[in-house]
Structures are given as structure tokens and as C-alpha cells.
Design a protein around this ligand. Structure first.
Ligand SMILES: *[C@@H]1O[C@H](CO)[C@@H](O)[C@H](O)[C@H]1NC(C)=O
Ligand SMILES: *[C@@H]1O[C@H](CO)[C@@H](O)[C@H](O)[C@H]1NC(C)=O
Ligand SMILES: *[C@@H]1O[C@H](CO)[C@@H](O)[C@H](O)[C@H]1NC(C)=O
Length: 681
């Protein structure tokens, strides 16, 4: 009987195969080829540049804000998923030269407003701040609210009071405030007709003596590992002309406390923050150059530096001891959000310190012909010049972040102009001969240029900036290249990451607590979801098991930087690598001042987007709302169909056999009873 069943099953498969091909339900693929592919400008035609990212219409697709070459015209480009292009939506002309744009829900209305920082014409060294509020019917209101101005060193959004509203931290322009920080406290009250947005207050940061650099790389990011965002400030060192950093630990209602400060290496450029070695702590990544040309923005003799955060590691196994002599020595997977007050960054050079790694650009990007590569660190085509940070993102979904610098080289054809080309430095495991690893092949992560062939990035010779975004939210990190236009191919070009990766991703966004029910309503009663309103300061920490069964923890920050057009996505894109399991523990930290400012979500499904809404009110008992949006694979309809058909077939076979057997039984029973009857005679 068993033999008959399996042969039937096989037969059914063979019968169905031709039918499956006949009714192929999918449209042809938009991008063909296993490579990085040019996708053109996707309708985002601007004579200027992209300056900010945000989901303005709450449809869970990322939109973009551009500024024209006049530095005054702001345009919002909404992503049209059906037509696969950006549609121009709102166009505004600001009355001053725009320096930076920060989208954010400054009024907790569930919609993105736009904070515009512009050069003040009235006096030197002042930034005027204007807020374009979201209009009720979509788009922005045309007259901005003017806010208290700032000094030229741009203020950063952060949450000073634990209510998830966007406050600002910066320097007020009045002369006697030059060295002490102020907080723009968000006091917006929607029920007042002409409410003010910001009230300027002194910081609670006691003893903060620091002249912030301009440009700076301040960030709102969790550095001590308690899933609560801290503040790191980058300041000028008056004595040496170098730079220093100050790390202020968030102590909730007790304010911020200066925990650590130190000198940055000479020639430090912009700093980016990411967990480079996947140990569950946020590290610093920055370039240092011995000199930078003011006219071209190119740095000479540059290095990529990684300062690893030294703190409590993840316990080697779930059973290993967490304490030794009453001191905690590691974090168990289910207690990732325990802070380590003894965390440090050790920026000293020397063989004894494996937590600070420097690799020269020459070693990272070997150039044919022996010309020395330079690193683009300043975009001088904007006024004032913009810092160009090293962009960080997991482009190959292996769970480790890659670095995307723009490298300038002398092209071999004898062209006089330098070619400025984005390169992808892929993070690879350390072994002998890999850049970034020790001579013995030891080290945390090494770097190797990804996609040497099949790489359209090599065709860009006029890059001035790179943005890592996921076009159409399809689950791979794509690249937007901002160009000077010297090549005559426009200012903005998208590159689709079409490599096939046998690995998973996760997107996560923590909303700002506006519209706690999950629905916002407008004046006329129509309702919408507040999906676009992320904020700076959320933190994610998670553990995954790789296919060899090894557990790793990783930390990711949401929107840590927004100044100087840093162009980070409002959500966090997380590469998970190859895993054969759910994400065991996914910790989401907010900046609420509750005892439990974080939650632990267990068993999160990879290849999905999680939207988390912390409670808006202060009662501790209110639930966090969590929503998970699965990205259905394109095979799901077919798999479902096959499963249904197979089930029906098997069921009918079982039924037939069952009936047969019953008939047989009946016959046997009758025979037996016949027998008995016969005997009885
Ligand atoms: C409310 O206003 C929005 C935008 O102005 C419009 O799209 C919607 O149809 C209106 N709804 C009702 C019920 O009038
Ligand atoms: C907002 O304004 C209303 C009306 O003026 C007032 O009653 C309310 O207390 C204010 N809310 C806050 C939080 O200040
Ligand atoms: C931090 O370091 C101090 C001094 O070495 C030690 O007493 C303390 O227990 C440490 N704290 C933790 C959490 O390890």
C-alpha cells in the first residue's frame, strides 16, 4: 500500500509541472542580472541635490526632499510604488539660503514636518530655524513658523525630557552663550491656536565646557549598552587645534552625565556610528587625513579608523556564569539591555590595543598604475561645504556593515580631472593579507573592495555624495549617488543592488508615540496611520544564531545623526546574515524615562518590517504597540497553490484507500459471520 501511495504522489507532481509553467502568475522582473545595476534618476530630476529622507505620506515607502541649485527651492518627491518612480509633490521656495533640512514630527501630529536651517542674512554666524508644518490635506503649509535661532554649529534633535518629542541641543547665538549648550525645549500645544514650538532653556548638562566643531558629528546613540540613547559631542580643542569627544550618558530624569571624554586623532573628519564587529556595541568609524584641500575637498594621506567600543560581551553560552566575584562579566542573550558604566573607547595607537584599527586608503583601495588615491571628505559644491562621512550599511546582508567611501584617483587615460568614484569596502572575516587585519591574520574585521566586476559604480567619475536607501522597500540596500553633473548625466542616480543574497534582513522603526491608537484623524474626520514619524534615539539590540549555531549580538541605532545633511534613513535597515531561525531576542529601546524603557520581542520573523509605537502617556502600564509587516516572497502564491493541491490529492487518496479498506473489512466480517453461522448449523 505504501508503494502505491508514493508512486501516485510522484505521478501527481509530474502531472502538475507543465500546468505550473502554463499559468506563471508573475510580471517580468524589473531588473535582470546578478549585479549592481544603474536605475537612472527614477523621476527624481533635480538640478541640486537630495538633502533629506522621510516618509511624508505615511505609505511606508521612503520619500525624498531635494534642494535646487539656488539653495532655496525645496521639493518633496513622493515614491510611487505602482509606477516605480518619484512623483514631485510639494514645491516651496524658502526665503534664505538653506543649510540643512531635518524632517520630523515636531508637533506629534502623526505627519512629518520640515525643520529648515538657513543662513541668516542679518548677522554673521547665525542660523535661522524655520518649521514648515504638515498641512492637513497632505503636503506642507507654505508659511513657516520661525524658531529661536542657533549659532552656525547646527543643533541636533534629541529627546531631553523622555516624552518622545523632538527637542534640539545646540548653541544659542548670543555672545555670552558661545561655549555652553542650550536646549530648545518642545512646548508645542496643539489645543492652543498660536502655540509656540520651542522655548530656549539652559541644559542640565552640568559642567559642559565645549566649543562644538563646525561641522561636527554629534550623535544621539546608545554607547553604554543600556538601550537608552546617550549623546556624544564633538568639540574643538582650543589648545591643540584638534578635536575632542565627550560622551554624556542618559540618566533619564537625572539628566545627562559626562562619562568619558578624550582626544580624537589628528585630522579627524566626520564620525559615523555602527556596530562594526557585531558584538552588540556601537563603534565609531571615521577618516583621518593629514591635509584636506579647501577647494576640492579631497584629503591626502587618509586612513579609515575604527574605534571599537569596549564593554561587557555577550555570554559565550546560555549556561556560562554571568558573574565572577560579584562582578558582572557578560550579558546573557535575554538581558542585552544592561548598561555597562565601564565602557570605553581606547583611541591610543600601539600593538597592545586591538580596539583601535587604522587602515590607509592606499591599502584599502589599491589603484592600478601606482597613483595615490585620495578620499573625498568635503563637498565643496555646496555653500558652506558639506562634510562627506563614510557611509555605513550592510549591502550584502551578511550581518556585518560595509563602508562606502568616495575615492578620487587619476584616471589612466590621462584625463586631467580626477575621477571621484564610490567604492564598497566589504566587511570580511580576518585572515592573512586582508586589509585591516594584523600581519598574523588576526583582528576583528577586514576590508576588501566588493564587486570589482559587474559594478556600475566604476562608471561614476563625478560623485559627491552617497546615500544608502532601499528603493521600493524590496529588502536590499541600494545606493543613491549624488553627482556634480560634470559627466553630463544628471545630479542624482540610483543604483539597484540586484545581487542575490542567501541571507535575511529586517527593518525596524520606532514611532514618536503620536496617535497612540495607531490612527490619526484630520480636521474633517479622515483617518491615516502615522507610519512616517520616526525620531532620533531609538535603539535596537538583538541576537541571532548563524547556520553553525553560533550566537551573535548586534546593536543598531535609529537615525543617530541629522546635521549637515547626513542623509540617514528614518528606519534602521538591519542585515541578519544567514540564519536558520527567528530572531531570538529583539530588544527595542526608546528614550522614555520609564523604569523599563525597552521591550523584548521574541521570535521576530526575518524579512519583515517591524513598527513599534511606545506608549505616549506616562503611565507605565500602557502597552507598547508592535506591528509586523511581512514582505511576501514572490513564490508565496505558487507555494500555497501547490500545498493546497497536494493536500487535496493526498486527501482523496486516503479517502479511496479508506473506503477500500472499509469494504474489505465488511467483506471479511461477513465471511467470518458466515463461517460462524455455518458452524452453528
Ligand atoms: C478630508 O480631507 C482630505 C484632504 O483634504 C481628503 O482627501 C478627504 O477626502 C477628506 N475626507 C472627507 C470625509 O471629507
Ligand atoms: C494646552 O493648552 C490648553 C488650552 O490653553 C490648556 O488647557 C492645556 O493645559 C495645555 N496643555 C499643556 C500640556 O500645557
Ligand atoms: C566598573 O569598574 C569598577 C572599578 O574597576 C568596579 O568596581 C565596578 O564593579 C565595575 N562595574 C561593572 C558593572 O563592571
Amino acid at each position: 500500500m505504501r508503494v502505491r501511495l508514493s508512486s501516485l504522489n510522484l505521478l501527481s507532481t509530474w502531472l502538475w509541472l507543465p500546468l505550473t509553467f502554463a499559468m506563471w502568475p508573475f510580471p517580468p522582473k524589473r531588473f535582470k542580472g546578478n549585479a549592481l545595476l544603474g536605475a537612472g534618476s527614477l523621476g527624481l530630476d533635480t538640478d541640486g541635490r537630495v538633502v533629506a529622507l522621510g516618509d511624508f505620506n505615511g505609505d511606508q515607502f521612503l520619500d525624498m526632499v531635494s534642494v535646487g541649485s539656488d539653495q532655496q527651492t525645496l521639493t518633496i518627491h513622493l515614491w510611487d510604488h505602482e509606477r516605480f518612480i518619484y512623483r514631485t509633490s510639494t514645491v516651496l521656495k524658502h526665503n534664505q539660503l538653506i543649510v540643512n533640512v531635518v524632517p520630523g514630527d515636531f508637533t506629534q501630529s502623526g505627519r512629518l514636518d520640515l525643520l529648515v536651517m538657513s543662513q541668516s542674512p542679518s548677522s554673521n554666524g547665525q542660523l535661522d530655524l524655520s518649521l514648515y508644518r504638515a498641512a492637513d490635506g497632505g503636503g506642507l503649509e507654505t508659511t513657516p513658523i520661525s524658531l529661536p535661532p542657533s549659532s552656525e554649529s547646527q543643533p541636533i534633535p534629541f529627546d531631553s525630557t523622555g516624552d518622545l518629542r523632538i527637542d534640539l541641543l545646540g548653541i544659542s547665538p548670543s555672545p555670552h552663550d558661545q561655549e555652553s549648550f542650550s536646549v530648545w525645549k518642545n512646548v508645542w500645544n496643539a489645543s492652543q491656536p498660536n502655540s509656540i514650538v520651542y522655548e530656549l532653556t539652559r541644559t542640565t548638562m552640568e559642567g559642559l565646557q565645549c566649543k562644538p566643531s563646525n561641522p561636527h558629528s554629534h550623535a544621539v546613540v546608545d554607547l553604554d549598552g543600556d538601550c537608552l540613547a546617550d549623546v556624544i559631542l564633538i568639540c574643538d580643542d582650543g589648545n591643540t587645534g584638534g578635536k575632542v569627544f565627550q560622551i554624556w550618558i542618559n540618566q533619564k530624569d537625572s539628566g545627562f552625565k559626562l562619562q568619558q571624554s578624550g582626544k580624537l586623532p589628528a585630522g579627524t573628519q566626520s564620525i559615523s556610528f555602527a556596530d562594526v564587529d557585531r558584538d552588540g556595541t556601537i563603534d565609531m568609524v571615521f577618516a583621518t587625513c593629514s591635509s584636506v584641500s579647501r577647494s576640492t575637498g579631497l584629503g591626502n594621506d587618509c586612513y579609515v579608523n575604527i574605534a571599537y567600543n569596549k564593554q561587557l560581551p555577550l555570554c559565550a553560552s546560555t549556561t556560562s556564569p554571568r558573574f565572577r566575584n560579584d562582578r558582572r562579566i557578560c550579558r546573557a542573550p535575554e538581558e542585552l539591555c544592561i548598561g555597562d558604566p565601564n565602557f570605553t573607547f581606547d583611541l591610543s595607537e600601539g600593538p597592545g590595543n586591538n580596539a583601535f584599527v587604522r587602515v590607509s586608503i592606499e591599502e584599502l583601495v589599491p589603484t592600478p598604475g601606482g597613483s595615490t588615491p585620495q578620499l573625498l571628505v568635503l563637498d565643496t559644491t555646496y555653500d558652506p561645504p558639506l562634510p562627506v562621512p563614510l557611509k555605513i550599511g550592510d549591502l550584502n546582508l551578511d550581518g556585518f556593515v560595509d563602508i562606502v567611501p568616495i575615492i578620487a584617483t587619476q584616471p589612466p587615460g590621462g584625463r586631467s580631472k580626477l575621477a571621484k568614484t564610490p567604492k564598497i569596502l566589504g566587511s570580511v572575516a580576518c585572515r592573512k593579507g586582508v586589509a585591516g587585519c594584523g600581519p598574523d591574520g588576526k583582528g576583528r574585521r577586514g576590508w576588501s573592495v566588493l564587486g570589482r566586476d559587474n559594478n556600475i559604480l566604476e562608471e561614476f567619475l563625478d560623485a559627491r555624495g552617497v546615500v544608502l536607501v532601499d528603493i521600493d522597500e524590496d529588502g536590499t540596500l541600494d545606493i543613491l549617488v549624488q553627482r556634480t553633473g560634470e559627466q553630463g548625466q544628471g545630479n542624482v542616480m540610483f543604483v539597484q543592488n540586484n545581487f542575490y543574497y542567501d541571507a535575511f534582513f529586517l527593518k525596524a522603526i520606532v514611532l514618536n508615540g503620536g496617535c497612540p491608537s495607531g490612527w490619526c484623524s484630520t480636521a474633517n474626520g479622515s483617518r491615516f496611520h502615522p507610519f512616517g514619524v520616526s525620531y532620533s534615539g531609538a535603539t535596537y539590540k538583538y541576537t541571532v544564531l548563524d547556520t553553525t549555531g553560533k550566537r551573535a549580538a548586534a546593536a543598531v541605532a535609529q537615525l543617530p545623526q541629522t546635521a549637515y545633511q547626513s542623509l540617514l534613513t528614518p528606519y534602521s535597515f538591519i542585515g541578519l546574515g544567514r540564519t536558520n531561525n527567528y530572531i531570538e531576542n529583539f530588544f527595542v529601546g526608546s528614550t522614555k524615562h520609564h523604569d523599563e524603557h525597552f521591550i523584548n520581542m521574541e521570535g521576530v520573523v526575518p524579512n519583515s518590517k517591524v513598527v513599534i509605537v511606545p506608549p505616549a502617556d506616562d503611565s507605565q502600564r500602557t502597552e507598547w504597540r508592535k506591528e509586523l509587516y511581512l514582505r511576501p516572497g514572490e513564490w508565496i502564491p505558487l507555494v500555497t497553490l501547490t500545498v493546497v493541491i497536494a493536500t487535496v490529492l493526498l486527501a482523496s487518496i486516503v479517502l479511496v484507500l479508506h473506503l477500500n479498506e472499509k469494504r474489505e473489512d465488511e467483506r471479511e466480517r461477513r465471511k467470518v459471520s458466515h463461517h460462524i453461522n455455518f458452524d452453528a448449523l
